[in-house]
Ligand binder design. Structure first.
Ligand code: SF4
Ligand code: SF4
Length: 501
């Protein structure tokens, strides 16, 4: 059906004084935007196919290309924006749900940017992290409420299984299938080198990566793809995915065209068939049901692995987290509404859920009020962009953070938000062999290690500036934060004072 000739969002601007018609752009663009015209003897472009991934811009040897936002516009209307009009035209022509990927790009407040961090001045002197030890190690898992001693005064220690991280960050769940083999290998190798963890997502674990098991969190999602006893015992922890920040309340969908033989074997689903995970776990309708799954997984792993329960940040997140803490889970992972995805309905990605900053603060407050904060660790994710976002998350109550989009950016992602198409020009969100080869895991894992080490160093510097020498002392220390331009309600939920107070 006609689409009323949608105007392209982007235009390929080519400087013909610089272009040498080497056709690199033509070879590099999987969306077939560029083409050499024999007739006119120069390169041409079909702007309508461009997703603004910057692959051609980055690789053009003469810097002849740039991608510009089209300034072609419909008649100005503050209600019916160009975006709304185009979306309606698209759906009227396709009859389909709008699909997107990566995180929510809409203009909601970013609370991380409305909080500032404290620093020591005269009293409580700052600490120089280059000269004095800083403890960035974190242990995730239930902690005893109090220290008990035996008759001889020796500490009695019945510690639940713990995940030990060298720094307060991990790579969040990204399934093999949604991302490529080379992207997975890069994450696994980086996690091993950094002494942290990466997460299989809901796609199972390729046997090639079993060797990284000590640094792997294996996920159990509603579709149970690739879940079997060996898989569970291969990981260092098991994560039950109840929800995801990018698409709270719905399941997942990996299109059949992305399921090649290797992915079909790993997921235990038929090659070429869509892998659809249901919205709920069909055996979980209450906290009691969740508790049964938590203990089934503990049983299946001989009570040696911590169990994480991942939820999307939604309106009543604090009450949900309180139930999870009582279900026997060792760790709660909360995914804010800016969390990424390989594919999600656009309306859900952009309009469902709440920001991680508010969700995290309200969960930490509730668990503390109920006296059960030490029963679980909290991992915050969904839109964490820098070391300062990590410091602020920990001060709001997180034990550590999950990083997804920032890890993909380190691998070369340019946030074109077209992962659902499976034609990622950077070799990340694709299974096409010639595209996958573009991501060299030897380089990819080093870039991840660089980013994490740089952030670790920045975290040490910021903590030193506050006069704090351990993540443990920063956790939930909201006095270290001040709000700027926030109203009373927002300050109350975040549990922080306003700047100047
Ligand atoms: S889709 Fe990417 S590679 Fe293709 S023209 Fe656009 S920016 Fe260049
Ligand atoms: S992973 Fe690839 S397709 Fe997805 S946003 Fe990044 S560059 Fe685009």
């Amino acid at each position: 059906m006609g689409s009323f000739d949608l105007m392209p969002d982007y235009e390929v601007a080519r400087n013909y004084d610089r272009c040498i018609a080497c056709r690199v752009c033509e070879r590099q663009c999987s969306n077939l935007v560029h083409e050499y015209s024999e007739e006119i003897g120069r390169m041409t472009a079909d702007d309508s196919k461009c997703v603004n991934c910057h692959r051609c811009v980055s690789l053009c040897p003469t810097r002849a290309l740039k991608i510009v936002q089209s300034d072609n516009t419909y008649k100005l209307n503050c209600n019916w924006t160009s975006k709304s009009i185009k979306e309606i035209f698209t759906q009227a022509s396709t009859g389909s749900v709008l699909l997107s990927s990566m995180g929510n790009p809409e203009d909601y407040p970013v609370y991380f940017d409305k909080m500032t961090i404290n620093a020591s001045q005269v009293t409580n002197p700052s600490i120089d992290p280059l000269r004095e030890p800083m403890e960035t190690r974190v242990f995730l898992g239930a902690k005893p409420e109090k220290i008990e001693r035996d008759a001889n005064g020796k500490i009695k220690c019945n510690l639940s299984p713990q995940l030990k991280l060298a720094m307060p960050m991990m790579f969040s769940a990204m399934s093999y299938g949604s991302i490529s083999y080379n992207a997975h290998e890069s994450l696994a190798r980086a996690a091993e080198e950094l002494d942290i963890y990466y997460n299989t997502g809901e796609g199972g674990l390729n046997e090639d990566f079993y060797k990284f098991g000590n640094n792997t969190i294996v996920q159990v999602a509603s579709g149970r793809f690739g879940v079997h006893r060996k898989y569970l015992n291969q990981g260092a922890a098991v994560e039950i995915k109840m929800g995801q920040g990018a698409k709270p309340g719905i399941g997942g969908h990996l299109p059949g065209k992305k399921i090649d033989s290797d992915i079909s074997r790993t997921r235990m689903t038929p090659e070429g068939s869509d892998a659809i995970s249901p919205a709920p776990h069909h055996d979980i309708y209450s906290i009691e049901d969740l508790r049964q799954l938590v203990y089934s997984l503990k049983e299946a792993t001989d009570y040696k692995l911590p169990i994480i329960v991942k939820i999307a940040a939604v309106h009543n997140v604090a009450a949900i987290a309180s139930g999870i803490a009582r279900s026997g889970a060792d760790v709660i992972s909360i995914d804010g509404f800016r969390g990424g995805t390989g594919a999600a309905p656009t309306r859900i990605r952009d309009c469902v859920g709440i920001p991680i900053e508010l969700a995290l603060a309200s969960v930490d407050t509730r668990l503390r009020k109920e006296g059960i904060r030490d029963r679980v660790s909290i991992v915050a994710g969904g839109g964490i962009r820098s070391s300062t976002d990590i410091v602020k998350s920990i001060a709001l109550g997180a034990d550590c953070v999950y990083l997804g989009t920032s890890a993909l950016l380190a691998l070369g992602c340019h946030l074109c938000r077209s992962c659902q198409a499976g034609k990622c020009n950077w070799g990340i969100a694709t299974q096409e062999p010639e595209l996958v080869r573009r991501l060299n895991p030897d380089i990819g894992y080093k870039r991840l290690v660089n980013l994490m080490r740089a952030w670790q160093h920045e975290i040490e510097e910021i903590m030193g500036g506050m006069g704090i020498n351990s993540i443990e002392a920063l956790r939930g220390n909201r006095l270290m934060l001040r709000g700027v331009g926030l109203n009373e309600k927002e300050l109350g939920i975040l549990g922080i004072l306003h700047a100047g107070e």
